[in-house]
Design a protein around this ligand. Sequence first.
Ligand code: GLP
Length: 241
Amino acid sequence: MKVQILENYKEMSRAAADIFADVINSKKDCVLGLATGDTPIGMYECLVEDYKAGKVDFASVKSVNLDEYYPITPDNDQSYRYFMNYHLFDKVNINKANTYVPDGQASDPVSSCEAYEKNIDALGGIDIQVLGIGRNGHIGFNEPDGELIFYTHVTDLTADTIEANSRFFESESDVPKQAVTMGIESIFKARKIVVLASGEGKAEAVKRMLCGKLTTNCPASLLRLHPDVTLICDKDAAILL
Ligand code: GLP
């Protein structure tokens, strides 16, 4: 894994956006793997700036998102579909029909997950995937466990993740208890992965990802097996390295 430690969140976001812009500029119909959470917001802001400055064109770009709460409706302002529209899709010239987020209200979630996985393959796979990292080392919603699931699936959220994400909801009891997430192999199929981490709250997870044991109890540690991963983090997230 390549590691870039930058001064602050702003520099981290700009560096990540530059990598994404390069991919889009070298392949106009590329497939972006996108993530939610606070961490990638700055990167999306930089990409919107680049779009407005005429430096990047999303007209033929396609995207697939890592995860979505389950159950949740797309118009709920805590859904990841809403997040993506708000932070990126409504602000650039991407064709929303080419943006895919797991269905948070599927009546048959198992078939919906299978269809999601097949669609990633039908699109030709993901050219570049951005990932945040959970405090407990999760990626997407692949939570620490004795075993992990390869492909897109429905998962139970851990108490730690529910607590961490409750900051976005009125109360902890409003946080959905489940999610649909791309699996480890869905993520590994991406040709290039950029992991972002900012702030001291992520320092322990960053240390475990880079220096700890390779274990499903820290799903991010498995990223060390992928041939093209770059961690871009700020000084605070790197404080324990
Ligand atoms: C969430 C998301 C992850 C995200 C992580 C960190 O639970 N499912 O994809 O990377 O938590 O979020 P944040 O960037 O807000 O710290």
